[in-house]
Design a binder for this molecule. Sequence first.
Ligand code: AMP
Length: 120
Amino acid sequence: MSYQPDNIFAKILRGEIPNDTVYEDDEVLAFRDINAQAPVHVLVIPKGEYISLDDFTQGASAEVVGRFFQKVAEIARQLGVDGEGYRVIANTGHNGGQEVPHFHMHICAGRRLGRMIAQG
Ligand code: AMP
């Protein structure tokens, strides 16, 4: 599957759809999830066109990948959730439940999040 430039996060990056930005630099955009599953629910996306974690880690340089993950943790600190803790999730592909085919990491926090994987 090739990258689909009409996906919703590509539209957000092009400024065609509004978003609630919490962090932005030349490589990364972080914004609040429109359907928050926790009191804090932020999505972190690279600005490059990568479909998934698999695509990102194969297609981007080690430096870009490393900086991305450093920024995920930095954004969590900026959100003030590092003390009480948080969860990061990268749903990947069909069985992973990935709905938007632009790589993103969820940062979820603000309450005890319970079991890691729902049953059934
Ligand atoms: P995933 O299932 O991992 O692909 O997650 C996609 C996430 O994107 C879901 O949690 C959606 O609520 C979220 N989402 C979809 N459209 C938007 C949007 N326009 N702004 C913010 N979050 C969105």
